[in-house]
Write a protein that binds this ligand. Structure first.
Ligand code: SF4
Length: 672
């Protein structure tokens, strides 16, 4: 069964409407924006201040942690304070982990309660045991008894609820039966959902968060498929947890949330950033606006499904291409291409791209527009003077360029060339493919899905290992989106039995609701590139919206890392902080990053508390977790190896631990 109406166009998934106070979620409502306060909940004045600040920048639903019954009691005064400040229409949500008593208190005061099915009625002990069917049934009965009082009280008071599953905080029961998988996440939510329905309570929103966008995307798709199978139509709250801060946090959030929104899933979103919560709102707003601008009312004509399995990640098998020092194909990471605006700009770009600063984020291909034969001579001179040549060149050929103009340049270039252009017909493609074979070059076919339909057999005939396919001309005006266009291209190539590698081009033309800002361009690139990479599609990537080549390369590598497709630096999993946080997450994350960012491939989690931190730091190699006020616990994987280190000494202990596990390298001068 499909999880969405169309993977090519954005048709919103129909859901029931759930009222969170007076704010409707799902149904015909717009995508709602939400965030969370980070103050100590028992500091009522500070929490009201933060809630007001969030409401003022457009946050429509505010979540507040209730780590214990005293904090839950404070929600009454926070609710009153927010209303007194003129924001009575902004609903509050109590965030509950572990303590049903706190939930029972909170539901009296706020419009919605979020429970985590991984820990509402279960203590997480990472225990490994076999559950017989009878054991499992007994566990479910225990769950029913623990969860039912909250369900019934919510129903009486007209509250709504979020069943919010987090990858990494699944119960031992679920872990032992389903493993740490998207299926386990879905089953975890469904257990709670069935209990709620048994009491006739349906004011429920669901979430399936993970710090890994790939896992999160699969889990939401699977959840919808399973809910449809049980005739359940609940709205979805989308989010990527522990995404971190800065560019990386925005990229991860955009990949996970944007990808699902493009498929029509998602009714309310939170972009988690390890920054002040108010900074989350413009990012969430921009992602939601882009998605809503694509909504179509009715199911589109044409194919609804494709042959990519949306529930299991598998990289599309592409032909090998010998692109010099940056080969493409099986076992190779997606390659990064950087575009310069004109041949004359190549000299400066080649100097900039040769900087040692870019050692881990090299521009492997240089894309150069060639409008006339003289541009080739300019490019030849630039290459001759360059401190370092790229692994390959991509020549973006104007229609007037002929093979005889290009052949001498290719013969003398000394590095592989890729000839990119649009082709009027198969005969024209055959001429250029013949030139590519003679000169050891390659051809990039830039075509819309409609154009590629007519060329697919010629692409196959030109020979595997010689052709790349890309698509830069999708206009969102007709309701199409670029992710859908690339998916159609994959289908067309699959029917033609062509394994031609696919080059994801992020160009200004693919933009939807772009306002020209860097944030807008970052979101666009993350959604297009990240969605496709999480589908297993994409062998080369270029982000052509950036004028600065170094910035273009850096953004491409950051998107590749966010999608888990190529690792070029250390990765930081950092919680967004909340009322439980035991240290300043923002400055701590920045400080640890400054010391360890050069440790390529090492994953470090920085988590504010031991209540949720260890469970939610996913598959990090090392964890820095708030153990008590002023004290840090250090982890290797899921194992706590040092307790209660004074915070002033914790960085040094963390570095010593990384060294002990042979993952340390001294920073090079460029990093230092
Ligand atoms: S891990 Fe961070 S965001 Fe999660 S509960 Fe602890 S302090 Fe709050």
């Amino acid at each position: 069964m499909a999880y969405c109406v169309s993977r090519f166009q954005t048709v919103r998934r129909p859901t029931r409407e759930v009222l969170v106070g007076g704010v409707g979620v799902g149904g015909s409502n717009p995508i709602r924006i939400q965030s969370m306060t980070t103050s100590d909940t028992q500091d009522v004045a500070a929490t009201v201040r933060q809630s007001v600040a969030l409401a003022e920048v457009g946050c429509e639903i505010v979540r507040v942690t209730a780590p214990n019954v005293q904090a839950a009691r404070c929600l009454r005064d926070i609710r009153a304070g927010l209303s007194a400040a003129g924001w009575g229409a902004v609903p509050l949500v109590a965030d509950i982990h572990f303590l049903p008593q706190a939930a029972m208190e909170a539901v009296e005061h706020v419009e919605k309660v979020r429970v985590n099915p991984g820990n509402y009625a279960d203590k997480k002990r990472f225990a490994v045991r076999d559950y017989s069917d009878a054991d499992y049934e007994r566990e479910l009965q225990r769950l029913h008894e623990a969860f039912s009082p909250l369900v019934m009280r919510s129903k009486e008071l007209g509250r709504s609820m979020r069943i919010g599953t987090n990858h990494g905080s699944l119960s031992d029961r679920i872990m032992n039966r389903y493993g740490d998988t998207p299926l386990g996440m879905v089953e975890s939510a469904l257990e709670f959902l069935r209990i709620a329905e048994s009491h006739g309570f349906r004011d429920i929103i669901l979430s399936m968060k993970s710090s890994n966008p790939k896992v999160m995307i699969e889990a939401y798709r699977l959840l919808v498929e399973r809910m449809d199978g049980e005739d359940m139509h609940y709205p979805l709250h989308l989010g990527v947890t522990e995404a971190g801060d800065g560019e990386d946090g925005r990229i991860k959030g955009s990949i996970g949330i944007g990808s699902l929104l493009l498929d029509g899933l998602g009714d309310t979103i939170r972009v988690s950033l390890t920054e002040d919560s108010v900074y989350e709102i413009p990012v969430a707003r921009a992602i939601a606006d882009k998605a809503m601008s694509l909504w179509r009312g009715a199911a589109p004509a044409g194919p609804a499904a494709d042959s990519i399995d949306p529930y299991h990640f598998e990289r599309r098998a592409a032909a090998a291409l010998e692109l010099g020092a940056a080969p493409v194909g099986p076992g190779q990471p997606p390659r990064v291409i950087v575009r310069v605006p004109a041949a004359a700009a190549a000299a400066a770009a080649l100097v900039e791209l040769a900087s040692p600063r870019l050692k881990d984020t090299p521009a492997e291909g240089l894309l150069v527009p060639v409008g006339e034969p003289a541009d080739l001579e300019t490019l030849r001179r630039c290459l001759a003077a360059a401190p370092k040549a790229p692994a390959f060149l991509v020549l973006e050929l104007a229609p007037g360029l002929l093979p005889e103009h290009v052949e001498p340049f290719l013969a003398a270039a000394g590095i592989p060339g890729v000839l990119m252009r649009r082709f009027a017909d198969g005969a024209q493609l055959a001429v250029w493919a013949s030139l590519a074979r003679r000169t050891g070059s390659f051809v990039a076919v830039d075509a819309t899905p409609g154009e590629l339909e007519g060329l697919a057999s010629d692409v196959k005939a030109a020979g595997d290992g010689r052709i790349i396919v890309t698509c830069s001309g999708v206009s969102p005006a007709g309701g199409d989106h670029a992710v859908g266009a690339y998916r159609r291209i994959v289908e067309i190539l699959s029917h033609a039995r062509s394994p031609a590698p696919i080059w994801i081009r992020n160009t200004a033309g693919t933009s939807v609701k772009a306002d020209g800002s860097f944030l807008s361009r970052l979101i666009e690139a993350s959604i297009l590139t990240g969605s496709l990479l999480c589908d297993g599609v994409g062998d080369l990537v270029s982000i052509e919206t950036e004028a600065d080549p170094a910035r273009s390369a850096r953004l491409a590598y950051n998107v590749l890392q966010g999608a888990g497709a190529r690792i070029s630096k250390a990765e930081f999993v950092a919680c967004p902080s909340c009322g439980r946080t035991l240290f300043d997450l923002q400055t701590t994350t920045q400080r640890i990053r400054a010391q360890t960012a050069h440790l390529k491939g090492v994953k470090i989690a920085i988590m504010g508390c031991i209540v949720n931190g260890p469970g939610e730091m996913a598959d990090a190699d090392f964890g820095y977790v708030g153990g008590a006020p002023g004290k840090i616990n250090l982890y290797v994987g899921k194992q706590c190896v040092q307790y209660n280190i004074p915070q002033a000494e914790a960085d040094a202990h963390l570095i010593a631990l990384i060294k002990e596990h042979r993952k340390w390298a001294e920073p090079e001068p460029a990093h230092a």
